[in-house]
Design a protein around this ligand. Sequence first.
Ligand SMILES: [Zn+2]
Length: 207
Amino acid sequence: MNGLTTDQRNFLKEQGIHLKHVFNAEGLKKSEYRLIMKELNMLIAYNVSPCQQEGHTLRTRSGHCCQCNTATIGFQRRNDSAGVVYIAGSIVGETIKIGFTKAEEIRSESLNRTKYAGFNDWQILFTLSSENAGRIETKANSLLRGYSFSTEYRHDDHWVESHETYRCAYSKAKEFVELAYTRESYKVKIEKNNPSNNYEFRNLKKC
Ligand SMILES: [Zn+2]
């Protein structure tokens, strides 16, 4: 990811923030990046205006300097853990995405409006709600790593890097989501489960 200094990378690592939750807010106003970040479940913005005290350039999506006040990160992370894990599919992209959202109801319009990974035919195929949704999502994504690819796409005249997009069948993604919660015995409530052969893409594992 471009534009992060070594100090910033180290800071994020210490705070346990994965780069997939870090958003390049270059050229965006707070009101703009806040909205996009919420939709894409991003926690920290960089390339923002420097903070007054120290000139730091990492902010939470509500615009607070997270280096002057690291408590703002913990607050956000704790809050982010209960919610919904979903599996979405794009037939055009032959792509599967596993995501996490705090919203009670995840709607494909949100992914399609942001043209996530460059596609706008996303359908939500599976959702579960859980107190541990954040952890389940992280675990499922790490289990599926072998099938991942990342791509940059335009969002409102702005380049965004997509993460957690996979070249694999829906059933493969679902298998790993199930593994992620059964292994830890997390309680989940399956809310949507619409298997469809249209989303049984080829499993393209990286060597
Ligand atoms: Zn600061």
